[in-house]
Design a protein around this ligand. Structure first.
Ligand code: GPU
Length: 823
């Protein structure tokens, strides 16, 4: 056998020199050898790819070392299973992690290039819908920064979240071909592909005197892993994100092709490869589609097999699996992993059922991200059984044994048995119940959410499994959402309290001492003003908008969903507009405001799309009415995404977090805004509750019903019309929409929105309207006193360090995972 002898081959992997010269050398090598072009003939895309490759080269030695160490120590790690990772752009983040930003900028200048031009080429991987996917991205950033052994598993969608455009104010979706020019950040490993099976039937067979079950599937597909680096911040650590891409096991059928049936020749291939073709653009509402279940099983089965068969040593004692890994289920999408691990342990590794169940119960933990009953995934048993017959058998057995235990505890309380059964009365598999029964822990994502989860969604399970339920309040990564998005504020913070806060965000508390410091006030305000100019430039370039620089910037960015109540925000805008346009107040009596929206609607969610149309319609009337010119403006840039968020969040003065209490599990945008010095106007919902507790009532504009008040009104009977009658401004605003004021005189266009509000209003926007308007008056009053406003904004920054996703990760580690950092 040959062994390496050359000294270079024996040495650890070398990084390029972290100097401008070193960077230039490596950069040109990548441009010439990697892209096959000379600097003089290179395109911007070549330049971007070479730059990304160079940053990668600096990370490579650390990555290879971390992968080696995580395997050699066999320390317990986290396998985060998530159908979504909303990563945002990678270049800046990876430059920041390595501390190479300035060197790279100088090196490019030395090559006659501008970093700004090159970075603009990057298309963000939009492999997620919204909060849930972005949370996963923040978590893997924090895990790498804490040095916790972990791997993120997910799907490499060929098309991510759709690109949103507006045609006549209405949303039109376009395919997000983020891979059209290739991605410089991924490392495909076709040799490590896993075969994933579907369909067929199960049968019993005799295995040396033991009767066993085996699955005889009818078709399969290859799962090809693509690895991505997840660098920690300034700690020399790099974790791995592994996304699976579907590839047909057999390419096209040459015989059929030669016979002239070209479509038939690739049919099987197309079918298989559809699995990772596109992200489902649903947010908080599962689409019961077979393809979606295929996606879920595809990536979870590939991940479990990857971990068990490739990452673990071949002689690993599977009874010790819980000491080696925790599979974290990011909502119910990966819950099919529970029966899959059972199948692997029992059918493939030939463990006894009880031993396998012992292991499985310790290897999973489940995070729930919603309270909306319609968002809890269920799969019709016949569909599941057709696609995954063995898994359905396993689920039935898990359920039978679980219900036996329930009977043992509670006797034949058939009502309770029906309530707790993993299989619903109409024969569907309740994935959240399966996850709860199997998970070592179940957590909600904010205090209020976790409490309601226990009390209202899963009370029987809370009673049955004492200690299983816990809370971990969400967080956001300060690297991307403070340091990268808001360099001005970051500089000011470092100048004021010194370095180190970016990985120890509680230190922001030290800023409290400057809440009344005149010089600090001035610097803080200058940062906000400068961020507004940056946003103005971005929106001018991207959408041709003009942004006034002396307006209060009032921002509502999040998915379009009725429970989030963009209509309530719109009613406030219409009320302000109506007051001026009708002459009841003079323009100088209102605070000049620019309202910014960002929101995508699920393509099949008709009401959400109508609301988008209405926002645009109100915007075009308000923006062209001379009576409110210079006073009110409505901006709705299309295609809100992570890249735009990084501009919008640091510029905002006011953060709109106005969901009906009890509906928003947590929210994470709310945290990003507060950390960037916006004040929140919000309901007592999700993590708003904790934000308000931390920043103090006087630094938060609370309004609306509390969750118990909502529940109470619901029981008493909610009649939205009563609220219309009680508030003249509200009835005027609704009348204005009905009259066609925003639709060229044709009142029918938005009639469905108005009548839905007046007759149903499932999320009680009208009930909270009056109090919302009153809270907005308090906003105006405080804003009129710029010192008072600035003080409150500073205190928001100083007191929100808790919302670092580093803290969330520590909580998961302490309460759920027990995976200490690898030192
Ligand atoms: N969330 Br369920 C999503 O973004 N998508 C989903 O399918 C489900 C939940 C969000 C919650 O709505 C939001 O409140 C929370 O902050 C976020 O997940 C992360 O936990």
């Amino acid at each position: 056998r040959l062994q390496p002898t050359h000294p270079i081959a024996l040495a650890p992997v070398q990084s390029p020199e972290p100097t401008v010269d070193g960077f230039v050398t490596q950069y040109l090598r990548n441009l010439n050898n990697g892209r096959g072009v000379a600097l003089s003939t290179s395109t911007v895309n070549d330049r971007y790819f070479a730059l990304a490759a160079t940053v990668r080269d600096y990370l490579m030695a650390r990555w290879l070392e971390d992968v080696r160490r995580q395997r050699s120590t066999q320390a317990k790690g986290v396998a985060y299973l998530s159908a979504e990772y909303l990563l945002g752009r990678q270049l800046d983040n990876n430059l920041l992690a390595t501390g190479l930003t300035d060197i790279a900028a100088e090196a490019l200048v030395a090559c006659g290039l501008d970093l700004e031009d090159v970075r603009a080429l990057e298309v963000e991987p939009g492999l997620g819908n919204g909060g849930l996917g972005r949370l996963a991205a923040c978590f893997i950033d924090s895990l790498a920064t804490l040095g916790v052994p972990s791997i993120g598993y997910g799907i490499r969608y060929e098309y991510g979240i759709f690109r949103q455009t507006f045609v006549d104010g209405q949303q039109v979706e376009q395919a997000d071909s983020w891979l059209a020019l290739g991605s410089p950040w991924e490392f495909p490993h076709p040799e490590a592909a896993q075969t994933i099976s579907f369909g067929g039937h199960t049968e019993q067979y005799d295995d040396e005197g033991v009767t066993r079950t085996r699955w005889v599937p009818s078709w399969n597909v290859l799962a090809v892993p693509y690895n991505y680096m997840v660098p920690g911040y300034h700690n020399g650590r790099v974790n791995t994100l592994r996304l699976w891409s579907a590839q047909a096991t057999q390419g096209f059928d040459l015989r059929v092709f030669n016979a002239g049936d070209y479509q038939e020749a690739v049919r099987a291939q197309t079918y298989a490869e559809n699995i990772s073709k596109v992200l489902y653009p649903e947010d908080s509402t599962p689409q019961g589609k077979e393809l979606r279940l295929q996606q879920q099983y595809f990536f979870v089965a590939a991940s479990i097999s990857d971990f068990v068969n490739l990452i673990l040593p071949s002689d690993f004692d599977l009874a010790k699996l819980p000491d080696r890994v925790i599979f974290q289920l990011n909502d119910t999408h990966p819950v099919i992993g529970v029966p899959e691990l059972m199948r692997v342990l029992v059918d493939e590794k030939k463990l006894e059922w009880d031993a396998a169940w012992q292991i499985t119960r310790q290897c999973f933990a489940y995070t729930c991200h919603t309270l909306l009953p319609e968002a809890l995934e269920v799969w019709p048993a016949d569909l599941l059984g057709r696609l995954l017959p063995r898994h359905l058998e396993i689920i039935y057995r898990i359920n039978d044994e679980f219900l036996d235990e329930v009977r043992e505890r509670f006797g034949d309380d058939e009502e309770r048995i029906r309530r707790m059964s993993i299989i619903s009365p109409d024969g569907a598999v309740r994935m959240a119940y399966l996850a709860t029964v199997a998970g070592s822990k179940v957590n909600g994502v904010a205090e209020l959410h976790s409490q309601l989860l226990r009390e209202k969604v899963l009370p029987d399970f809370d009673e049955f499994f004492p200690g299983k339920f816990t809370n971990v309040t969400n967080g956001v990564t300060p690297r991307r959402f403070i340091r990268l998005a808001n360099p001005g504020l970051s500089r000011l913070i470092t100048d004021t309290i010194g370095p180190g806060w970016l990985t120890d965000l509680d230190r922001l508390r030290e800023l409290e001492d400057y809440a009344d410091d005149t010089a600090f006030h001035a610097a803080f305000r200058a940062v906000k003003a400068s961020n507004k100019r940056v946003l103005a430039r971005t929106l001018a370039d991207r959408d041709g908008f003009t942004v006034a620089d002396d307006h209060l910037l009032d921002v509502m960015v999040k998915r379009l969903h009725e429970y989030k109540r963009q209509t309530l925000k719109l009613l406030h805008i219409i009320t302000e507009y109506d007051a001026i346009a009708s002459g009841r107040v003079t323009p100088d009596q209102v605070t000049p405001r620019t309202f910014v929206f960002g929101a995508k609607a699920a393509p099949g969610y008709a009401m959400a799309k109508r609301i988008i149309h209405l926002i645009n319609a109100v915007g075009s009337v308000v923006n062209s009415d001379p009576r409110v010119e210079g006073r009110l403006a409505v901006l709705f840039p299309p295609n809100y995404n992570v890249t735009l968020a990084e501009r919008v969040v640091p510029a905002a003065d006011l953060s709109e977090q106005i969901s009906l209490a009890g509906k928003e599990a947590s929210g994470t945008g709310n945290m990003k805004f507060a950390l960037n010095g916006a004040l929140t106007i919000g309901t007592d919902d999700g993590a708003n509750v904790e934000i308000r507790e931390l920043v103090g009532d006087e630094n938060f504009f609370l309004f609306g019903m509390s969750e118990p008040e909502v529940a109470d009104l619901q029981t008493r009977g909610y009649h939205p019309i009563d609220f219309v009658r009680a508030d003249e401004n509200l009835s005027r605003a609704l009348d204005l929409v009905s009259s066609g004021a925003f639709s060229g005189g044709d009142g029918s266009v938005f009639e469905p929105v108005v009548s839905n509000l007046i007759h149903h209003d499932p999320f009680m926007a009208l009930a909270d309207y009056t109090d919302y308007i009153a809270a907005q008056k308090r906003v105006d009053a405080l804003y009129a006193d710029q010192d008072a406003w600035t003080r409150a904004a500073i205190l928001n920054v100083a007191r929100c360090g808790f919302f670092s996703s580093d803290r969330s990760m520590r909580d998961y580690i302490d309460r759920i995972w027990h995976t200490p950092p690898l030192v």
